[in-house]
Design a protein. Structure first.
Length: 428
């Protein structure tokens, strides 16, 4: 595949049927909860990607007993009941935002001295709001680069923390990190969710998974009470398929006028991106939740309307919606996505830049914190991916429709979906 993948136009198909890997978000939450527990837990359906490999590597360096079976897609984690076996060590979270936020809070609340390293990309991503709150609780930081960012030295001896307020607007991972590791504190932890996403999909996922692992979280409006637990955990846990990854295939239904079936995806998923399937239904697709998975029916669709939609709770699908927009019969307005400026790249800027380069009229709409995209003709173009897996996967869809797109640095998909382009190749 090299440094560029030229996407060939895909002809008419009766049905596209695929399997996608496990959810990154669920995988890394399950790894943390299993490590915090006092059980020996087998995690089934693990996603092996750059992000989860970083998480597993960090847990190994921290001294946790980990048994990995790649062929079975399983990992056994021996929980330590909140103890960290190696309390003075250097770990590298690489580009994994979940590992960066979740492990920082776990280590701060458990105590010890740690050197926290990360990739250049992760070193640019926000950490300061979280680190500021930990510093108020008695954790000390020495920054080895830019203040408030990775890399840093962290020392934690006696944390004084009973309640904390954290902004959900920049990254819901800050809140998820505090919720999961709050169980370590002897009085538990009251977490107040400020900002504009107190009921965000990833926070709901975190609370649901904590309850699955035996940690009851009391949520009242913006306030969450996490109890201290002497003992909790599971012996086995099944990780859902990655709905975010499935959505790139489901989007082919209206785009290519075909039916799409993804195995083991169901509408009762913990993952917020399942809402994207309802958007496809609004665009004229049928939806069938069968025993073996969800089928989106797009056969016979020759046109669809642009959408006016808030994607605050499933913003990872902004890029997917954006690549459907040029082929709609009316403009598309995507609202409430300002927080995606602070992810793997400035995703608003990246989407508008790449659509403009292929001849599509689009603009930022500040009063709705979003973007507007007009229908238009695609010009031949090589897509910059900005080291962002979602840019690479989403913009591939335009190539399947037109045959006019090449994706630069396709290997960036390894972050969450290592064999994405193998599956694309198999469609032909």
């Amino acid at each position: 595949m090299g440094n560029k993948y030229s996407v060939k136009k895909l002809g008419k198909m009766q049905e596209i049927r695929v399997q996608v890997p496990g959810s990154k978000s669920i995988t890394n939450r399950a790894l943390l909860l299993a490590a915090l527990s006092d059980y020996r837990c087998t995690l089934h359906g693990i996603l092996f990607s750059d992000d989860s490999e970083a998480f597993l590597d960090c847990l190994g360096k921290l001294g946790f007993e980990i048994m990995i079976n790649r062929s079975e897609k399983s990992v056994i984690v021996q929980g330590q009941g909140g103890a960290i076996p190696n309390r003075c060590v250097c770990i590298d979270v690489r580009s994994a935002g979940t590992a960066a936020r979740f492990l920082t809070v776990m280590l701060a609340l458990a105590g010890g001295e740690y050197e926290m390293q990360a990739s250049p990309q992760m070193c640019k991503r926000p950490m300061k709001p979280l680190l500021d709150e930990l510093e108020k609780a008695g954790v000390s930081f020495e920054f080895l680069g830019e203040y408030g960012h990775f890399p840093f030295l962290m020392k934690s001896r006696k944390v004084s923390l009973k309640e904390i307020s954290i902004d959900t607007g920049i990254s819901s991972q800050f809140a998820s990190a505090l919720l999961m590791s709050g169980v370590l504190l002897k009085d538990g932890l009251k977490v107040f969710l400020s900002g504009n996403r107190p009921d965000g999909a990833y926070i709901k996922m975190t609370i649901a998974m904590m309850e699955q692992f035996g940690i009851p979280v009391m949520k009242d409006g913006r306030s969450c009470m996490v109890p201290h637990m002497d003992s909790f955990g599971l012996k086995e846990y099944q990780i859902e398929p990655d709905v975010s990854g499935a959505c790139y295939f489901y989007a082919m239904a209206p785009l290519l006028g075909t039916d799409v079936f993804v195995e083991n995806v169901h509408m009762n998923s913990l993952q917020g991106d399942i809402k994207f399937l309802k958007v496809l239904k609004d665009m004229g697709c049928g939806l069938e939740d069968e025993s073996e998975g969800v089928r989106i029916l797009g056969k016979g669709i020759t046109e669809y309307a642009g959408q006016d939609i808030s994607m605050k709770d499933f913003s990872d699908q902004t890029m997917t919606m954006a690549v459907l927009a040029p082929f709609a019969k009316s403009p598309t307005l995507i609202r409430n996505i300002g927080h995606i400026r602070f992810q793997e790249t400035d995703r608003i800027k990246a989407v508008l830049t790449e659509l403009s380069r292929m001849g599509i009229v689009c603009e930022e709409v500040l009063d709705v914190d979003g973007i507007r995209i007009m229908p238009g003709e695609i010009k031949e173009c090589e897509i910059e991916t900005y080291e962002d897996h979602r840019m690479a996967m989403a913009f591939t869809l335009i190539g399947l429709k037109t045959g006019k797109i090449a994706i630069k640095n396709p290997q960036c998909c390894r972050k969450t979906f290592e064999n994405y382009f193998e599956i694309i190749e198999n469609l032909y």
